[in-house]
Design a protein. Structure first.
Length: 156
């Protein structure tokens, strides 16, 4: 696969943004690795790197402070829609997220947004099920001690 043009689609709030400043550092049929600066800079978040695991349905990001130190790992449950004709990939955030702090504390967030999206018909029941199955797979990787392998693809 040639480096695709990446878009981030969110369900809540509904938006689709061209990730024009993301730099793809690696791309194959299994993974895309990017580096980026925060779209909406926060107090501590400055830049990071992400690995899109295309077959697994999640994205693992290393969030860094301005000095390059680790803020935390942020894992998005996502769906990928690649259009070869335009070489574009829309990455849809399926709402459930996992944050892993430097001390190893794991926090699952935004599950309430899945219910909100289902109730407002922004997602289907099948999408809800898919999101939860991917979340379960990711949590099993984290809790089994295998998250180090996922992190190994990412640099800041």
């Amino acid at each position: 696969m040639e480096n695709p043009i990446l878009y981030r689609r969110r369900i809540i709030p509904e938006e689709c943004i061209l990730l024009k400043d993301d730099v793809i550092t690696f791309c194959n049929e299994d993974r895309i690795v990017t580096t980026w600066h925060a779209l909406h800079p926060k107090k501590d978040l400055h830049h990071g790197s992400s690995c899109y695991f295309l077959k697994e349905g999640f994205k693992v990001s290393k969030f860094c402070r301005e000095d390059g130190s680790l803020l935390y790992w942020y894992c998005d449950i996502v769906d990928f829609n690649y259009t070869p004709d335009t070489n574009t990939m829309i990455v849809t955030d399926l709402l459930a997220d996992v944050i892993i702090y430097p001390d190893g504390f794991v926090k699952v967030v935004d599950l309430d947004e899945l219910v909100t999206a289902l109730e407002s018909c922004s997602i289907s029941l099948d999408t809800l099920k898919s999101s939860l199955m991917r979340l379960d797979r990711l949590l099993n990787i984290i809790y089994s001690g295998s998250f180090e392998e996922l992190k190994s693809y990412i640099d800041c």
